[in-house]
Design a protein around this ligand. Structure first.
Ligand code: 0O2
Length: 215
């Protein structure tokens, strides 16, 4: 059971929806693990460095609903906001992000509702990540519900930038233009690191293949 499910503040707000939210997270974690387990069995590199998840806190959910002009009760949350269940997949390389997204979309019990590719179209502040809104059927006490969730997929490099930025300024009104511009420049430089790492991997894989061929 996820730690949020045992907290009464979460249950007081989400009521029985909390169990569906927990179930959808567990199902997606299973699918993600299966994707990498299949690759491992074929002797391929795994796509995930780590996977994180969370249930959106009632305060954060109510603030989001209010900001968007919706009522703040839990039924409104389940209808109007898609990220009560949130999963973040951290991948070593930038091509892993797209491969993982493709593999998830191919799962028979996962429907892709929306995609926001903040890697191809980064946010103005430099934020990069691949976001998927998914709908997944979950069964709980004999009733099946189609539950939405948000899956964020990004590289370790993108994740370090996002974590620092989140701590420094996300949702805060920071008016120091120089620091905001510097943060954006860091994000752009970090993207170059992602592409360099991909190139290095390609070069190493090539030389391994050549050595195997010679032997
Ligand atoms: P938390 O604390 O992660 O749950 P909106 O929330 O209205 O701006 P929307 O339409 O819900 O945006 O989805 P979007 O833009 O795809 O972003 C949702 C999530 O992406 C956010 O969740 C963050 O986790 C992450 N995110 C988006 N933009 C940024 C950013 O500029 N910096 C960082 N560090 N993370 C970002 P929540 O619900 O806002 O917050």
């Amino acid at each position: 059971m996820l730690k949020e499910v045992t907290q009464s503040t979460y249950f007081d707000y989400y009521r029985e929806n909390l169990f569906y939210i927990e179930a959808v997270i567990e199902k997606l974690l299973e699918r993600i693990a299966e994707i990498d387990a299949r690759r491992e069995a074929r002797g391929e590199r795994t796509l995930c460095d780590s996977v994180q998840y969370r249930i959106k806190s009632p305060d954060s959910m109510m603030a989001k609903l209010k900001k968007r002009g919706f009522e703040t009760h839990c039924n409104s949350a389940m209808e109007n906001v898609y990220d009560a269940a949130g999963i973040r997949i951290i991948c070593p390389y930038i091509d892993d992000v797209y491969l993982m997204a493709q593999k998830l979309a191919a799962c028979s019990d996962i429907e892709v509702v929306e995609i926001k590719d903040y890697i191809k179209n980064p946010k103005e502040n430099g934020y990069r990540s691949y976001h998927m809104i998914l709908k997944t059927p979950v069964l709980w006490q004999g009733e099946t519900k189609h539950v939405t969730s948000e899956v964020q997929i990004r590289t370790m490099v993108m994740n370090s930038w996002a974590c620092c930025e989140h701590q420094l300024k996300y949702k805060k009104d920071v008016s120091n233009e120089e620091s905001v511009a510097l943060l954006k420049r860091c994000a752009d430089e970090m993207l170059k690191i992602d592409y360099s790492m991909l190139r290095i991997r390609g070069m190493m894989e090539e030389s391994c293949k050549r050595e195997e061929f010679i032997v």
